[in-house]
Design a protein around this ligand. Sequence first.
Ligand SMILES: Cc1cc2nc3c(=O)[nH]c(=O)nc-3n(C[C@H](O)[C@H](O)[C@H](O)COP(=O)(O)O)c2cc1C
Ligand SMILES: [Fe+2]
Ligand SMILES: [Fe+2]
Length: 396
Amino acid sequence: MVVPLTDDIYWVGVVDWALKHFHGHELSTHRGSSYNAYLILDEKKVLVDAVWTPFEQEFMAQVRELIDPAELDYVVANHSEVDHAGALPALMREATNAELLVSEKGLESFPGNYHADWKMRAVANGETLNIGKRDLVFIEARMLHWPDSMFTYVTGDNILMPNDAFGQHYATAGRFNDEVDQHELNHEALKYYVNIVSPYSNIVTKKIDEILAMGVPVDMIAPSHGVIWRENPLQIVEMYQEWAAQKTEPRAVIIYDTMWNATARMAQAIGDGLSDEGVDHKLLQMSVTDRNDALVDVFNARTVIAGTPTFNNGMIANMAPIIEELKGLRLKNRLGATFGSYGWSGGGAKVLHERLAEAKFRMIGEPLEVQWQPDADALQRCREFGREIAVATKAG
Ligand SMILES: Cc1cc2nc3c(=O)[nH]c(=O)nc-3n(C[C@H](O)[C@H](O)[C@H](O)COP(=O)(O)O)c2cc1C
Ligand SMILES: [Fe+2]
Ligand SMILES: [Fe+2]
């Protein structure tokens, strides 16, 4: 069903309740998602964004409820990724009079992804387009999160349509932030930030400063996934500012895996050392923990303590995905430490140590390796290591 945001502006997207994985299987989406598109019926008829390809017919039906697609004057495509532009081929076949408006970088990515011959024009950063009672203002948002990303601002109703920024993978019956569970909403907004946006934290800060400096009123923030921020819409901007700054709290997370529990017992002893010094922490065994959820815990912690048994001279394979991801996320202001059990050669924890150092973690001490199952002495050393890590964590 279509949902009005204000007079003449409608949500015409789709809710994907069943989505459990996104970006292939790269991202878990336990609470589904939505693909939001917005129709503006002013003197000019404008559609902002579309939806993912499998939902193109559902989306076209939403649009047709309000307008014959042939009456569209403009289709604004803020971003070429298939979850928003995948339905464009179906739409543009019927929107025969519409001009497709994209960012400058979109001139490369739209043909690159769709190989279609659309009437397409790039709008400049800051360009204004009058559509009757309202203007659309286009704001380039390069690398938030693709080169082509763009925000569209609607004057009069003061609605910012920032596409992927400020979104959440969160399927809901209500379309607005004041209609849903606040705890779930905040969690999904953070998980989305950590897993998708955090590598671009510096750009987030700059872009937000730039928009706030424009001094324009913002009554709604209508992203391309999840709910529309209507009640206190700037709360999500403030959260992004805080997340982008990455000021960490003195907490730790122990991410590890184990075959026969030796490394797990070390993890527990290190945890006891953290507790001795009053440092809150979690133990996450990566073979049974969702990586994207674990990254939220990592993001919330100052210190990452990574453990692995030595496995064929290196780390166990279940640790590799999160370690690889930590490199890509380029987290700031983080401390690291590593540990693990081995049988003969050792070296697994050293590999972890090198990887975390490469990912710009400031490493505490040397890798702590214990041969075979830890005895009471070894567990004591682990606990002391935990205390040492706690002291460093508190010092920041
Ligand atoms: C398939 C396999 C490969 C292993 N490769 C190595 C190795 O290359 N070097 C080493 O020192 N230990 C190696 N080990 C021994 C383990 O590191 C050792 O058993 C350790 O205590 C396991 O810790 P965990 O109980 O935390 O899994 C290997 C063990 C297995 C089962
Ligand atoms: Fe995207
Ligand atoms: Fe998206």
